[in-house]
Ligand binder design. Structure first.
Ligand code: MN
Length: 325
């Protein structure tokens, strides 16, 4: 998907070195953003205060939306660099196509992970035979400097390992949670999982003290550590925790993301992650000029997204976390 496909003045997101403070509970409410012309998403990351959690730099939740009488998702061909996209559907179906020739039905329970690296083009569209409901998340992972120019690849993992702890069932998307490891390709120490908490349950979820974590509620309501978290709220938990308590009176579904704090400064603009204004400008120019960096999606009467204008002020690094005094 596009970061800011219809934002007329896309923001600049840049991240500096991490200020890891240990455990904390910072509640973030996702903001509404239009994606393409038809899908409204709730964007939890980047946030004004917390721009990344580990290498996770982008977290969108969309739906559940009735798409029976609408086109559904219409995110046409657009480029990415320097990141991985993680597509995870909770309900419904979309089709992913990319410049590598991939053509995949994205379905609930299957992980689709696209490593953009040097550069890739993809589209994500609801098809005419789509199910009536669309509900999902899309996340981005920033690639570290050593790997961010890697060749692009797309992987589909139809079966993922499960964590079961009392009233909690988790699907591990990336990395490791409670001793259970996903086979998905990762480049930095991180974790992402889809957690379902049964009504009336309370579970102590083991965590890695070297990671920072956040929990986004995508259904129901939960108590995470000591904070009530509703749908489209992300609770940032900080680092240096051996565990966190998750409880829910009526049941909840959550996405947990975590990772070793990402120390590199990045510049994130539109669908690109780079390290400087000039590099992002070069990516934009390559896309607009149909440079060979971006092999087009073939075999569809493909509509293409044009990049928005560059901001009038240079993209430059700013602190990863907003400083409050
Ligand atoms: Mn995309």
């Amino acid at each position: 998907m596009g970061v800011s496909d219809l934002e007329t003045r896309p923001s600049e997101y840049a991240c500096g070195p991490v200020d890891a403070k240990g455990p904390e509970e910072l509640l973030i409410t996702a903001r509404k953003v239009w994606l393409g012309r038809t899908t409204e998403v709730s964007r939890a990351l980047p946030d004004r205060q917390i721009r990344m959690i580990g290498a996770w730099c982008f977290l969108d939740h969309y739906g559940p939306e009735d798409v029976a009488g609408s086109p559904g998702m219409q995110v046409w061909a657009h480029p990415h660099t320097g990141l991985q996209t993680v597509s995870w559907l909770l309900e419904g179906e979309i089709e992913h196509r990319d410049g590598l020739g991939s053509r995949v039905r994205v379905r609930p329970g299957e992980l689709n992970i696209m490593t953009a690296g040097h550069g890739i083009v993809h589209s994500e569209l609801s098809l005419p035979d789509k199910p009536p409901t669309l509900h999902g998340v899309q996340l981005w992972v920033a690639l570290p400097d050593a790997d961010r120019d890697t060749r692009p690849r797309f992987e589909n993992y139809p079966v993922l390992p499960k964590v079961k702890l009392g009233g909690l069932i988790g699907t591990v998307l990336l990395g490791e949670l409670a001793g259970v490891r996903s086979p998905a390709l990762t480049y930095t120490p991180l974790v992402g999982a889809d957690l379902t908490l049964a009504a009336g349950s309370s579970v102590e979820l083991p965590l890695n003290p070297n990671f920072e974590y956040g929990v986004l509620v995508v259904g129901g309501q939960a108590t995470v550590a000591s904070t009530e978290v509703a749908v489209d709220q992300l609770l940032y938990l900080g680092s240096n925790r051996k565990a966190a308590r998750l409880a829910s009176r009526h049941g909840a579904r959550m996405i947990i993301v975590g990772g070793k704090p990402f120390e590199e400064e990045i510049v994130m603009w539109w669908n690109f992650i780079g390290r400087s204004h000039q590099e992002v400008l070069d990516f934009r120019t390559a896309w607009e000029s149909r440079d060979e960096r971006f092999t087009p999606v073939v075999s569809r009467d493909e509509k293409v997204m044009e990049a928005p204008p560059m901001p009038t002020v240079p993209l430059k690094p700013r602190p990863r976390r907003r400083t409050t005094t």
